[in-house]
Design a protein around this ligand. Structure first.
Ligand code: PHE
Ligand code: NA
Length: 466
């Protein structure tokens, strides 16, 4: 293999691309609502515990696998154990599914960026979104194309495929150098503006007032682990892929800490921006924050925020900043998701980056356009999103830690590898976290019922142990 693997141009490029992947829609539309509904300020405690006990340790595990075994997810796992290649392809499958709907959301945000300038959604943003924009009017299954969605969706695919075709250093890395500063600038202006809205402090009080009784609720801990896994994009094969493009002798743990810290900072920053803005709406409507609907996800972004933007002095600019931020944050995450798929096929079939990106990109684009620019799109999005986030990621994280730590017993070797190249040294706690806490906590975060039923299963298969 004298051709060699593609490489980032250096450490800054790697960090920027990894932060670009981590900071995505989840930071802006998922974290604020999760924190608010799970104890407000008190949520920071389980959040930090999840970050330190599972988030950062699994992030390092992803880095170690990609960097040591120098392959995309399937190849890296194949080098751990031949039969483990399937886990890599499972992660590739998850990424492929996520890419289909992630692109759709980015396309909507592109439309809404343009709509911001004339407040196109009028007096009834909810009706506009589901009716005029997505055309969900006719009930039942229908494959009527919706041009207003089709055009931006195709545009997003074209841009994404072109960037990926240019390769890791000339494409993905450069795109991050452009989009990430734009994101930070646009979002910072937005947050500062939001802080000067009437009712901003009410919003912040609602978000940060701690409800310590929430800590006794297992559901709050589950939400914290779920948020950390999704937000850091760990156990999706993404960080394995990105770190496989890192030069052989290069610091891995230091950048890992930077990425985790940057992602969480952005999340809290977004919480401030979103809740200051929601505070404004609550004051306008004369209700409490708790009475507002649509404080996360699609509802927050395409129904609640447009309503607020229409009410606000200078709303057009605010809207452009908000939807622009969604586009920039989303695109850099989308690139990482598709790079996983493209790299896997390059590794397997000896394709060039151009070939890999073009082939998988075209297949994904066709499926995404068929699935999401028609009237059934929204329903599909919800289902795909639930499957990948609630089930897929947990299966993937548990399988990964079990195979690497318990079956192949690579914990010490990988720790040695990271320490040999890195500044920040990992000690025994890391092996403990990935060996014990990580599979346990990710199994817990799938659903409140799973730990109990699996314990029962274990007891049933070993009758002699009571
Ligand atoms: N981490 C991203 C976010 O917070 C989401 C994501 C998940 C990105 C999986 C890539 C893969 O929005
Ligand atoms: Na994130």
């Amino acid at each position: 293999r004298s051709g060699g693997r593609e490489q980032w141009s250096g450490q800054t490029a790697f960090i920027l691309a990894a932060v670009g992947s981590a900071v995505g829609l989840g930071n802006i539309w998922r974290f604020p609502g999760e924190a608010y509904t799970h104890g407000g300020g008190a949520f920071m405690i389980p959040y930090l515990v999840a970050l330190l006990s599972a988030g950062i340790p699994i992030l390092f595990l992803d880095y170690a696998l990609g960097h040591r075994f120098r392959g995309g997810a399937p190849l890296a796992f194949r080098r751990v154990r031949r039969w483990a290649e399937g886990l890599g392809w499972f992660q590739v499958g998850l990424c492929f599914l996520i890419a289909l709907y992630y692109t759709a959301v980015i396309a909507w945000a592109v439309s809404y960026f343009i709509f911001s300038f004339d407040l196109r959604w009028g007096d009834d943003p909810t009706g506009f979104f589901t009716g005029e924009y997505l055309n969900l009017g006719d009930p039942g299954f229908s494959l009527t194309f919706v041009p207003s969605v089709l055009i931006p969706l195709v545009a997003v695919w074209v841009v994404t495929i072109l960037i990926l075709m240019a390769g890791v250093a000339k494409g993905v890395e450069r795109a991050n150098f452009v989009f990430m500063p734009l994101l930070v600038v646009a979002f910072s202006i937005l947050v500062v503006r939001a802080l000067f809205l009437d009712g901003a402090t009410d919003g912040l009080n609602a978000l940060f007032t701690p409800d310590f009784s929430a800590l006794a609720d297992p559901g709050v801990w589950i939400a914290a682990y779920g948020q950390i896994f999704f937000s850091l994009s760990i156990a999706f094969g993404i960080m394995i892929t990105y770190s496989s493009f890192r030069q052989r002798r290069s610091n891995m743990t230091g950048p890992g800490l930077v990425v985790a810290f940057a992602n969480s900072s952005f999340e809290i920053f977004a919480g401030i921006g979103v809740f200051a803005t929601l505070g404004f709406l609550a004051v306008k409507e004369g209700v409490g924050i708790g009475d507002l609907e649509g404080i996360t996800g699609v509802g927050l972004s395409f129904m609640t925020f447009p309503a607020i933007i229409s009410e606000m002095p200078g709303g057009q600019l605010f809207g452009a900043l908000f939807f622009g931020s969604l586009v920039f944050a989303g695109l850099t995450s989308l690139l990482s998701i598709l790079q996983v798929v493209s790299s896997a096929f390059q590794d397997k079939f000896g394709l060039t980056p151009r070939q890999g990106a073009l082939r998988i990109g075209l297949v994904a684009a066709v499926l995404s356009v068929l699935g999401f620019s028609t009237t059934t799109g929204l329903i599909a999005l919800d289902t795909v999103d639930k499957f990948t986030n609630n089930i897929g990621i947990v299966v993937s994280a548990v399988a990964m830690t079990v195979i690497v730590v318990w079956v192949a017993r690579l914990g010490p070797e990988l720790r040695y590898h990271l320490n040999a190249v890195s500044t920040f040294q990992l000690r025994g706690w890391w092996t403990v976290c990935i060996g014990l806490l990580a599979p346990w906590s990710s199994a817990t975060c799938s659903s409140p019922r799973s730990p109990r039923s699996s314990r029962r299963d274990t007891a049933a298969t070993r009758p002699g142990t009571s």
